[in-house]
Design a protein around this ligand. Structure first.
Ligand SMILES: [Zn+2]
Length: 407
């Protein structure tokens, strides 16, 4: 008999989104990155640059690189400052570098999990953490990566192919392990065999309903095939922790905690809304150009919150009372934060509040935002939203003289 846990613990929802659509202002340098799975928890990553470089600089990801990365090229070392991890060769130029990486279970706050473990022994590796910037003396360049994946003998390696719309060759998660993905239409699923029945059912049902709804509402079939991964970690922590991540062409979900075993309507609702939120990001990125900028995350996060609430309501996954309660709870959080979108919680809660206060329905608003960003190539911005809201609020006929004016 399954162990049931009495009482409902806090549901922690986290979402990350990588748009990779940032305006790349830096010139690029081609680099081949070979990722070898060496033993169950060991990886070797070899960089080979098209031209010599003097340093590789990464944005820090908590203690990931201090604890789990080891530079194995003789004479080369990694230094850490508060925001960056930097590899150099004592000032000398180099064309290649090799790193040994241990599977790391630590999680940096508000960031992608570097690794997601599956109960079948498989591991998903977040490849985007392999990319940074490189230097040639003081000259800074971005990496134009060609990443190749090499699994253990007999192991399946599952990852979406490089996306042509990502100029830097950025990649999301790659799974190494015994599983095979299961295709349904243009979506491939990789679902942990230990996923409890209630979660699998909710996840698949919500995914099918919400993607059909978004496609119709936003009038956009998906441009990319989608790979959806779901891992359930055997954490002993109480409660249910859910983490979702959206990268172009890929969604990843990770569920932790004892409460994953508990089939409770509130948990079903939370899973459905997380699916709605992550799929909303996929649609926000489902454009040929433009899209998410780096400056105002409240736009894509608050937008995904608002789109998901509309989605779960319109597809019957939530009722109006549930939507109202969620909205009220987020408004209270936003009030406490003084209506500011400058914190992690504010991006979500006050982002949602901002969209709710615009006085226009979320579907025509985001449908127009997607059209405009794609036509103009500009990123989603507050000024773009303001201009669209003005247009949507005044019906087209308002600009014309009325019929009663003697026309
Ligand atoms: Zn999000």
């Amino acid at each position: 008999m399954r162990q049931r846990i009495i009482g409902l613990c806090a549901v922690l929802l986290m979402c990350c989104v990588s748009s990779f659509l940032k305006a790349e202002t830096l010139p690029g340098l081609a680099v081949r990155i070979d990722v070898h799975h060496v033993t169950r928890d060991t990886w070797r990553v070899d960089y080979r640059f098209a031209e010599p470089v003097t340093a590789i600089k990464f944005d820090s990801v908590g203690e990931l690189r201090q604890k789990a990365w080891k530079v194995v090229t003789p004479g080369m070392r990694m230094n850490f400052d508060s925001d960056h991890d930097i590899i150099d060769f004592d000032g000398k130029p180099f064309r290649s570098a090799s790193i040994e990486i241990r599977t790391f279970d630590g999680l940096a706050p508000k960031s992608y999990a570097p690794f997601n473990r599956f109960s079948d022994g498989g591991t998903a590796f977040f490849l985007a953490f392999l990319q940074g910037e490189v230097y040639q003396g003081t000259r800074q360049l971005s990496m134009l990566a060609d990443t190749r994946l090499h699994g253990l003998a007999q192991e399946n390696v599952i990852a979406p192919p490089p996306n042509k719309r990502l100029a830097g060759g950025e990649r999301g998660y790659a799974y190494f392990g015994p599983a095979r993905a299961v295709r349904s239409g243009s979506t491939q699923f990789l679902i942990d065999p230990a996923t409890p029945a209630w979660m699998r059912e909710t996840f698949l049902d919500a995914g099918a309903r919400l993607s059909a709804y978004y496609e119709k509402a936003y009038q956009r079939p998906l441009k990319d095939e989608l790979l959806i991964m779901l891992s359930v970690s055997g954490s002993d922590a109480s409660g249910l922790s859910m983490k979702g991540g959206a990268v172009m062409g890929q969604l990843s979900y990770r569920f932790d905690g004892k409460a994953t075993l508990v089939d409770h309507p509130k948990y079903r609702e939370a899973v459905a809304q997380l699916v709605g939120h992550e799929l909303a990001h996929i649609w926000q990125m489902n454009i040929a150009r433009g899209g998410m900028g780096e400056d105002d995350p409240w736009i894509h996060e608050g937008g995904a919150e608002a789109m998901s609430l509309d989605g779960v309501l319109q597809t019957g996954l939530w009722n109006e009372a549930a939507v109202a309660a969620y909205t009220k709870q987020k408004s209270a959080i936003c009030d406490k934060l003084g209506n500011s979108v400058d914190s992690y919680d504010g991006i979500y809660a006050c982002g949602l509040v901002r969209f709710n206060k615009l006085g226009v329905a979320i579907v025509p608003l985001w449908r127009t935002m997607m059209e405009v960003t794609e036509n103009k190539g500009d990123v989603y911005s507050a000024s773009l939203i303001d201009a669209i809201v003005l247009k949507l609020r005044s019906p087209p006929s308002a600009a014309l003289p009325s019929a009663g004016a003697g026309q």
